[in-house]
Ligand binder design. Structure first.
Ligand code: HEM
Length: 279
């Protein structure tokens, strides 16, 4: 499991953005998705929201141009902007709303990442079915962190430090949930912006993730592991093929991003065959 925040640039955690969770599952059998032949791992990429910021790839392009123009620039300004947007998001939430755009620009509440629930936001195949996938904390020590503020003043890696402090003393347990698509009318595949109604099809538990206490970050090993590994929604088996325009566009984008990373880090990607390969 790799926890992250969304922007491509490495920012002070005070620039508070949506939180991500990538899960790499080992020893997965089955017909492979194109581009991931030969591997035996399955990746799931999740963000702490139930729907994507835009309906489709075209609308997303307009959004991402704004983010791209400011990537790796003006970190100081982003901190100021984040503080302002965070305030605006709090007001919107108090009025019962939420703004994905404000959150993605730095207005995400400064909350502990381990209290979050994460979702695929866009659909995937689920064997003979179509579903959205989620992961939610069930260990009481984790659910106690839901919406809990985390102190990020003068702590550029405050989220990582909070995660390390948690796992130094205890493990965690999450439930994997799926929302099956039961209606073509109310549960669109091509509009990732529209949450599927949970009164028609609730998220149902299908598995549990249990992890023990551990050093979740190791300065000697973790940077190398991060440079040498990658997760993509298109890395996995055909039974979990990503669906819809947002998902289709991600195939080429993640491949390009991983190739670009290699030009910067000089570290070729090594898809691990077993957890021990990550050591
Ligand atoms: C359903 C919507 C999406 C979800 C849930 C999602 C989630 C994630 C997560 C969790 C990561 C971090 C993966 C890791 O730890 O290795 C990630 C990375 C990334 N995402 Fe997305 N994402 C979504 C949509 C998109 C879209 C539409 C694009 C661009 C068209 C995009 C571009 C990227 C890129 C370039 C990376 C870095 C890949 C790498 O170099 O390894 N994502 N995403």
């Amino acid at each position: 499991m790799r926890f992250s925040t969304s922007p491509g640039d490495i920012l002070d955690d005070k620039v508070s953005t949506p939180r991500g969770l990538a899960i790499k599952v080992f020893d997965v059998a089955g017909e492979r998705l194109p581009g991931s032949e030969g591997a035996t791992t399955q990746d799931f990429l999740l963000v702490n929201g139930k729907a994507f910021a835009t309906p489709n790839a075209k609308a997303f392009l307009a959004n991402v141009k704004l983010l791209a123009a400011t990537t790796d620039k003006a970190e100081g300004l982003k901190k100021v902007l984040s503080a302002v947007l965070g305030g605006a998001e709090t007001i919107i939430e108090a009025a019962g709303g939420q703004s994905a755009t404000l959150k993605s620009l730095g207005g995400h509440p400064k909350t502990h990442v381990l209290g979050e629930s994460f979702f695929s936001m866009a659909p995937i195949r689920f064997g003979d079915y179509v579903a959205k996938l989620g992961v939610r904390p069930i260990a009481p020590a984790l659910t106690a962190l839901t919406d809990k503020p985390v102190h990020l003043d003068d702590k550029p890696n405050g989220l990582r430090e909070a995660v390390s402090a948690f796992f130094a003393g205890q493990g965690g347990e999450w439930e994997v949930v799926v929302q099956l698509r039961t209606s073509a009318d109310t549960m669109p595949i091509e509009d990732a912006h529209k949450p599927w109604p949970e009164d028609e099809s609730p998220y149902l538990p299908v598995a549990r993730l249990v992890v023990g206490p551990q050093a979740s970050w190791d300065e000697a090993r973790s940077p190398r592991i991060n440079d040498a590994s990658a997760c993509s929604p298109w890395h996995g088996i055909a039974a979990h093929q990503p669906l819809g325009s947002i998902m289709r566009v991600r195939k080429a984008v993640y491949e390009a991003s991983q190739a670009f990373r290699l030009t910067r880090t000089g570290c070729p990607l090594h898809e691990p065959a077993a957890v021990a390969d990550l050591g």
